[in-house]
Design a binder for this molecule. Structure first.
Ligand SMILES: [Zn+2]
Length: 307
């Protein structure tokens, strides 16, 4: 029974997850970006409450967090969303409190490990996990091992450039994949391109666009076409670079994957001729809204499970 901690920029979810990836209890609280000690206090309380609710004792703690994090030192790096947490070590602090082993990974890597171990990606040797929501993130698992870059760095699949004339992104580039294909990009495109008298423009979201497209709204269908093109370009790039067995798709935008997948597959067929792209499966994530929480638990198994 692993205590799972998913630290995001706006909320922290905590749960208890069994050895098959099943969530036995879960709860959440808002993240205070400036107060680390209060955050650890609240995580510890939620872990205690969660274990009591589930009627179990936790035997380890796994953490997935918005990044960057240093998984080996167990510390937060230069986390944009959590200025007060920079350089702090939740691994050390929770290990001291609970007298348990604690492991930390970037949340994209955590979710990739969960889908590879307990989800849609089981039995796929080379797997790329991609989540498309307010941003685009993910993780790469090769032959059961998490791919790590130099000094354990987490690769940023969302920030490869798709159009150098595209919108400015906080990563420093214009037109990276995230800036063109994440949910907010879809809404921004709609706001700038919809006709002046279009009634749904005000405060439109990616989710609303997908609902409207589903109802046959012509402008929304154009936005879907545009979104599918940019989603497809990024996925095609990943296929050309890695020729993976599978790409597992997750995130709020992918809840409407049926609107995009046919166009995406067509685009991939048109441009990935030098790799066996038809062998790369595009799969939908199977762990649902708890993927990140389950991923946090999987982080513990990945680090200590074999020992
Ligand atoms: Zn970027």
């Amino acid at each position: 029974m692993i205590g799972a901690v998913d630290i995001g920029g706006t909320k922290i979810a905590v749960g208890v997850v069994d050895d098959h990836g099943k969530v036995l209890s879960k709860t959440q609280s808002p993240t205070d970006p400036d107060r680390y000690e209060a955050g650890i206090e609240s995580i510890a309380r939620m872990l205690h409450d969660g274990a009591r609710q589930a009627g179990v004792q936790i035997t380890g703690i796994g953490i997935g967090s918005t990044g960057p994090v240093d998984p080996m030192k167990g510390e937060f790096g230069d986390v944009d969303f959590l200025p007060g947490w920079r350089g702090r070590s939740p691994v050390r602090d929770l290990a001291e409190r609970f007298k348990l082993r604690v492991a930390l990974e970037n949340d994209g890597d955590a979710a990739a490990l969960a889908e590879a171990g307990w989800g849609a990606g089981r039995n796929r040797s080379r797997l790329i996990y991609v989540t498309v929501g307010t941003g685009i993130g993910g993780g790469i698992v090769l032959d059961g091992k998490l791919y790590r870059g130099v000094e354990g760095a987490h690769p940023e699949v969302g920030h490869h450039v798709v159009d150098p004339n595209g919108p400015q992104c906080s990563c420093g580039f214009r037109g990276c994949w995230e800036s063109l294909a994440a949910g907010p990009a879809m809404a921004a495109w709609m706001e700038s391109q919809a006709p002046a008298d279009y009634p749904h423009r005000q405060g439109i979201t990616a989710q609303r666009i997908c609902e409207l497209a589903q109802q046959g709204d012509a402008v929304a269908l154009q936005a879907v076409e545009h979104e599918a093109f940019y989603l497809g370009l990024g996925l095609a790039n990943l296929i050309n670079l890695f020729a993976p067995d599978a790409i597992v798709l997750s995130g709020s935008v992918m809840k409407s994957a049926h609107l995009f997948l046919e166009r995406i597959r067509k685009l991939i067929r048109s441009g990935c001729r030098f790799v066996p792209a038809e062998k790369t499966e595009l799969m939908l994530a199977s762990l649902g809204d708890d993927t990140n929480l389950i991923g946090a638990a999987r982080v513990w198994h990945y680090r200590f499970g074999q020992q």
